[in-house]
Design a protein around this ligand. Structure first.
Ligand code: DLL
Length: 430
């Protein structure tokens, strides 16, 4: 099923024409309504009328997270408050949050984008969907909620927290789809096992997971535990929230709603556009009224696929996020993404779903320590087996990372669980 055939199956040429028309319009709009953009354009002598082709987008300066923070709270807004109907914010790691405002039309477009991605993931109006994202300033809860309602699904706005109750609701209300972060879904799966639920107690068919990085291996673990098909969807508050892109059932990358969000991949060091391979995703909102964003550097590392997909959608797809350029760990000169570690660990049957990465410096030397939760506590009773497993993990990690690690095995269910985005890395070097 395709939610909006017209938008999701147009030819590449039609899409290009639509994007150009919208790009010209949004650039003019941003220039006229937002002083921040006007100043940036004027500084380099760029006029909205200079944008004549899609390629001309390269002439527009990038927007970065600190631009939103520097203009806190409403500096990048293009409309007066009487046109604003919703305000969300993303909590940064430090200081003030970044604020995003939505007009009625923005909320309408947002719901449409979510409806498209949940249908692509296999949901319909027949589904009963439990949303375990927080309802609040975070965009996850409300974003998914209104899109699913638009589709006509039955929404259970469970919000985050109280995991035992989540499982009870899931069973009693007959939830067929689950919305959460992948790490929380995995935790719910573990907890269900611990509390003695059988997979057949639940009617789950589809997992709509997003808001944090995941690997195919962790998705597989969730599928095994909860008996559903795990799908990935991506987005960020600055651009809209969830709804930028999502998986179809062919597992070929996440289809981008590119009639609303124009993607580019750049070299994260030089800013140059890459036509092939991995780089930093840059997004431009093509239709957003409340807070148009031109060429936003997401810091998320991915690549784009333009070939047709077997599902019939013609929209460009993005690969799962390999990591964030600011998550990348430089250890003894080697670049490492936490997702590489996760792939190795989750591919090993003896290991449970949780791990933590700690980076330290001892005697001027970087140490990469990996805390790994065992699946089965009985292993702890046999020192020889434990030692052999530790050596195997070290070896497998070294094959992928090229550096040595310190592996610590810990008891099942002993590492911290998160209801939202999991925090896997602690870097103690700075
Ligand atoms: O996490 C929006 C969202 C909510 C997306 C629910 C999907 C589902 P922020 O809190 O602003 O917004 O965080 C955005 O989260 O730049 C990525 O680094 C990361 N992220 C989001 N989705 C994925 C994903 C929401 N599917 C930041 N895979 C983004 C990997 C993701 N990383």
């Amino acid at each position: 099923m395709i939610y909006n055939k017209l938008a999701e199956t147009m030819t590449r040429r039609e899409m290009g024409e639509l994007q150009l028309e919208r790009l010209k319009k949004i650039v003019r709009y941003a220039y006229n309504k937002v002083e921040f953009y006007r100043k940036k354009f004027d500084e380099i002598g760029l006029k909205p009328s200079d944008i004549k082709t899609l390629k001309d987008i390269q002439r527009i300066p990038f927007t970065v997270k600190s631009d939103l923070r520097d203009n806190y709270p409403y500096g990048l807004s293009a409309v007066s408050m009487d046109k604003v109907v919703r305000i969300h914010a993303s909590s940064g790691t430090s200081g003030k949050p970044t604020v995003v405002v939505y007009t009625k039309n923005d909320l309408d477009m947002w719901s449409e984008c979510i409806a498209r991605l949940v249908v692509a993931a296999g949901c319909s109006e027949k589904d009963v969907v439990q949303i375990c994202f927080g309802y609040g300033l975070f965009t996850g809860g409300f974003g998914l909620h209104y899109g699913l309602e638009r589709l006509g699904a039955a929404v259970i706005p469970a919000s985050s927290g109280n995991s035992e109750r989540q499982l009870m609701l899931m069973k009693d209300f007959g939830a067929t789809a689950l919305v959460s972060t992948p790490s929380y879904a995995l935790y719910l799966g573990e907890l269900a096992e611990k509390l003695g639920y059988a997979k057949s107690d639940f009617k789950l068919k589809t997992g709509l997971f997003g808001s944090e990085a995941s690997t195919p291996e962790i998705m597989k673990q969730i599928e095994d535990k909860l008996g559903l098909k795990a799908t990935n969807n991506y987005g960020l508050s600055e651009i809209i929230g969830p709804g930028v892109s999502g998986d179809c059932l062919f597992d070929t990358g996440m289809h981008i709603n590119e009639d609303h969000f124009y993607p580019e991949i750049i070299d994260e060091n030089t800013g140059e556009i890459l036509t092939d391979g991995f780089g930093e995703l840059v997004l431009t909102t093509l239709t957003k009224e409340g807070m148009p964003i031109l060429r936003y550097r997401t810091k998320d590392i991915t690549r784009l696929f333009y070939e047709p997909c077997a599902c019939g959608r013609t929209t460009v797809r993005m690969d799962r996020i390999k990591g964030r350029s600011d998550d990348m760990l430089k250890i003894r000169g080697v670049n490492i993404f936490p997702s590489q570690i996760e792939s190795v660990l989750m591919g090993m049957p003896e290991i449970g779903g949780q791990y933590e990465i700690i980076v330290k410096r001892e005697n001027f030397m970087d140490i990469l320590e990996v805390l790994v939760e065992l699946k089965d506590a009985s292993l702890l009773e046999n020192y020889k087996d434990l030692d052999a497993l530790r050596a195997k993990i070290r070896h497998n990690l070294k094959t992928v990372l090229q550096i040595d690690t310190v592996v610590k095995l810990v008891e099942p269910l002993s590492l911290k669980r998160y209801e939202g985005k999991a925090k896997r890395v602690t870097d103690l070097r700075s």
